[in-house]
Each structure stands twice: as C-alpha cells, then as structure tokens.
Design a protein around this ligand. Structure first.
Ligand code: ADP
Length: 484
C-alpha cells in the first residue's frame, strides 16, 4: 500500500484571537435573586487557564446557607413567573438569546480560556448553539398547549440544575432555556473548573431585566451540588455529569417528590462499513473522538471498522492525526486544545497506561507541547478487544479504541456490549443498513454519515448507565412540565 503522507509539511503561522475585548472581574460572587452577593462561606477558589496554568479569576464557594437563599429566591419568583403571560416569558428568553449573540466573541474567548477548548469550537459551535437553544425555547414558551394537545401542561416549580465542564455555556443553555420557557425557576451550578461563562450569562440575565430570582447561578464543587440536590424545596433535578455522581444523586432523591433527568457518561460506537465514503468517514472519526479533546459524553470513543477496509482506514486516520494541531486554544488554527484540568489529565494518562499494560498497541501523533498547561496528543489503540478496560470504560479524553468486525450482526452485538447507551455513528452508503442499525443499536442518538451534530430541535439523552430523560426538542419541554 502506498504511503499517504500528504500533510506533514505545512506549518501555520500563529493566528491568536485577541483577549483585549473581554471584561473579567478578579472575583466573582454568587448570582442570587438578581444580584451578585457574597457567599456566606466567605471562601473563594481559583479558576485556572488549563493551557497556561494561570489563575484567571476567583470564584465564590456557595455553602448550605447560600443554596437555601438561592432556592428561596427561586421559590418566591416562581409564584409570579409561572403566572406571567407565556408570551412575555418568551420575550425575555428571546432577549437573552440576542444578548448572547451580541457578546458571542467575548463568550467564545472566555470559554476557551477557562476550559481549554479550541477557539474555533467555542466560536462556531458552543456559543451559537447556546444562543440557538434560547431562541428555540423562546419560541415554545407560548405554544405549550400546541406542543401537548388535549393536555394541560403546568410547570414543576424550582429546578436544581448541575452541569459539567465540557460545554459550560451550552449546558447552561440546555438547562435554563426549556426550564424557564415552561414557567419554572432555576438554581444552576456550573462545574468548578469552568464557572466563568455561566457567571457572564448571569450578567446578561441581570441586564435583560428578567424578573429577579427566576435564574440563580451558584458556584462551587461537589458539596455545593449536593446541597442543591438535597434541598427540600427543589422540585426537579437536572444533572449532566459522570455516571458515578448520577448514581449518588439518584440515591439521594429516591423516596422524595423530586423529578429528575440524568445525562451521564457514554462509550459511543462509531461504525465504518466497507461501502462508506472512506475519506469522509476518516474525518468523521476525527470529529467523533478529537472534538473538544474527547471531553464529550457522546464521543465516538470505540471505533469499529469492517475488516476489509481496516488497513486503509487506519492508515488514513494516522495520517490525518499527524496533521492535527495541538496547542494554544486561542489560536484559530488549533484542532485540539488543552485538557480541562490536571485531574482529568491524570485520569486520561491512567487509562493510556492501562491500555498499554493490557496489551493494546498505542499510536500517538507527534506534537510539540508546551511545558505549562495540560496536554494530551491524539491517541489511538489497536489490538484491543471487548474485555479491555479502555474499551469498556469512559476515558473522556482524545483516546480511541479500534476494533474490527466482519458482519453487521457481529458489530451490533459488539456495539451494544457496554454499560452505556448514549450515542453511536454509522458510516455506509446503504440506507437499509442505517435503518437496521438505528433500530438495533441501544443508543439515544445514532448519527448516520456524520457525528457530533447537535441541534436544539433534536432530543438528546441516553439509555442504561448513560441516564434517562431527554434534552432538546419537544422532549426537552416535557422534562419541565407536569400534566394535570
Ligand atoms: P466529572 O467527573 O466529569 O468532573 P462530575 O459528575 O464529577 O463530572 O461533575 C459534574 C457536575 O456535578 C459538576 O458541576 C460537579 O461539581 C457536580 N458534582 C460533583 N459531585 C456532586 C455531588 N455529589 N452532588 C451533586 N453534584 C455534584
């Protein structure tokens, strides 16, 4: 087979996005009842740029008393917000969407500084999609009886919302927009390593004139999250994060009146058939596992390639990996940014070590990586099988485990052999294969000839240990309503 070394010769000049236009405070307080207030704990923690190890700002740590204040304010606000004309609710949400658009560049830069993701992704994916979620649910606010005909949809009350660090503003939008469109009020907690864009969103919410207490944003780590989960006046918990914490939350709320939706981990199967458009499929593999450094619950972290095309796919994939630019998240050429935190880097490295110890054959593309910051080159493993730890467990990093298959039934069985059930991808020119797989794969989302495509109108969520409930689309409204 000929060598496909097409792309290693290019060196791009740096094209770094400016940070001059962003406004950041040195210290951020809690956003409760429409105001920024000091935490009762008087404690702050650092939020760190994972590409430079520099402290960007100090973030307040909310304690039990703070959560109590936030929930009280949401509970009081619920009385009027839930009775407000639905059209008026929609107008506020629409205004928030417009304001995110107006400040999109600032949001994108802060998202990349705080979380490490490439500016191209925060600029082109995270921020526009966050605005779209607000637009989409603004449109539904006064149409709930059309969405659910012959039923009388009613809001649930106060929603406690806990989000992860991989898509900070986008996850805040996924949670807040449908909740308030349905007439609920919220207490939202961003993840401790990426609080900044949620706090910038709080500034927008304040400027938008949204009635006080409808959205409260509190910061802190797991203990703060647990205070929200256990607060008796919370009516619904919406959580996105790890399966372990999801299980803890489910235990804590069992036997209470609290409703819940849990969007947890994944180990997505990305399946390439021999009749697929191979070059497109290779791009699809790259997007599936290296998008956002693989910090994606629906990442295509298990690749299944039909045996007859395995060699060519793997060779093309290695070649493509060698042209991926790993580095400064603020550089517009960067494909793979910084790993979100030192802890996450340690987890990824632990799995890479296990992969090697269990006999996997590793390939990593070469890249020069800065001494400061947290980095992991794009990595793939060959010579692994279903029982390998790196095939079974979620890594949440740029690490791909590759297996081959011969028949469609074999790959369905292998793909479904996982505790998770969030996502899958299928690459083939044959519609009949796509239909068979979408029916038989145990996954909340199955992408055909694409991967990691998100849209506010499409429901998203999992089966098995990937959680339950759906976000996005009409399904996403249902999760914030009761029907009397
Ligand atoms: P990861 O392992 O990817 O960091 P986590 O599930 O630990 O994901 O975190 C997701 C979110 O859940 C974060 O906002 C985190 O602070 C919060 N969290 C962590 N532990 C708990 C807990 N016991 N109860 C509620 N929220 C928690």
């Amino acid at each position: 087979m000929s060598k496909l070394n097409l792309s290693k010769t290019w060196n791009y000049a740096a094209a770094t996005e400016s940070t001059n236009h962003i406004l950041l405070k040195e210290k951020y307080d809690l956003f409760i009842n429409g105001e920024f207030v000091k935490s009762n704990s008087k404690k702050y923690f650092d939020t760190i740029n994972p590409a430079t190890d520099e402290v960007i700002a100090k973030i307040s740590e909310a304690n039990k008393k703070d959560i109590d204040l936030a929930v009280k304010s949401a509970k009081i606000a619920f009385r009027r917000w839930s009775k407000l004309k639905a059209k008026e609710r929609g107008k506020y949400i629409f205004r928030i969407a417009r304001m995110i658009q107006e400040r999109a560049k600032e949001f994108a830069v802060i998202e990349s500084m705080d979380g490490g993701k490439p500016i191209r992704e925060s600029r082109d994916v995270d921020i526009p999609l966050a605005a779209n979620h607000f637009f989409y649910y603004a449109g539904w606010a006064d149409k709930l009886e059309y969405a659910f005909p012959n039923k009388t949809p009613k809001p649930l009350g106060v929603a406690g919302q806990i989000i992860p660090w991989n898509f900070p503003l986008l996850m805040a939008a996924w949670k807040i927009a449908p909740a308030i469109a349905c007439g609920n009020t919220v207490v939202l907690k961003p993840a401790e390593t990426t609080s900044l864009t949620a706090l910038k969103l709080a500034e927008i919410i304040q400027e938008s004139g949204l009635p006080k207490g409808v959205v409260n944003i509190v910061t802190g780590a797991g203990n703060t999250g647990a205070e929200i989960v256990n607060h008796p006046d919370i009516d619904k918990i919406a959580f996105t994060g790890s399966t372990n914490v999801g299980k803890l939350i489910q235990k804590s709320i069992s036997g209470t009146k609290k409703k819940s939706t849990l969007e947890l981990g994944g180990k997505g199967a990305n399946i390439i058939f021999e009749d697929a458009a191979i070059d497109q499929a290779v791009e699809g593999i790259v997007n599936a596992i290296f998008f956002n450094q693989g910090h994606v619950c629906c990442a295509g972290s298990r690749l299944f390639v039909q045996e007859s095309v395995a060699n060519i796919v793997i060779e093309k994939l290695k070649d493509r990996m060698s042209s991926l630019i790993v580095g400064n998240p603020l550089d517009k050429n960067t494909d793979i940014g910084a790993i979100n935190s030192k802890e996450q880097l340690a987890t990824i490295n632990k799995y890479i070590k296990i992969g090697q110890e269990e006999g996997g054959e590793i390939y990593q593309s070469k890249c020069s990586i800065s001494k400061k910051g947290n980095w992991c080159p794009p990595t793939l493993f060959l010579n692994v099988s279903q029982s390998h730890t790196i095939v079974q467990e979620e890594i949440f990093g740029p690490v791909l485990a590759i297996q081959t298959f011969r028949t469609i039934d074999e790959v369905i069985e292998k793909a479904n052999n996982t505790p998770f059930g969030l996502s899958a991808g299928v690459w083939t020119e044959k519609g009949s294969k796509i239909f068979k797989l979408t029916q038989e794969l145990n996954a909340g989302v199955v992408w055909a000839n694409t991967y990691n495509k998100f849209d506010p109108t499409s429901p998203f969520g999992g089966f098995k240990e990937s959680g339950f409930g759906r976000e996005g689309g009409l399904h996403g409204l249902k999760a914030y309503l009761k029907f009397e």
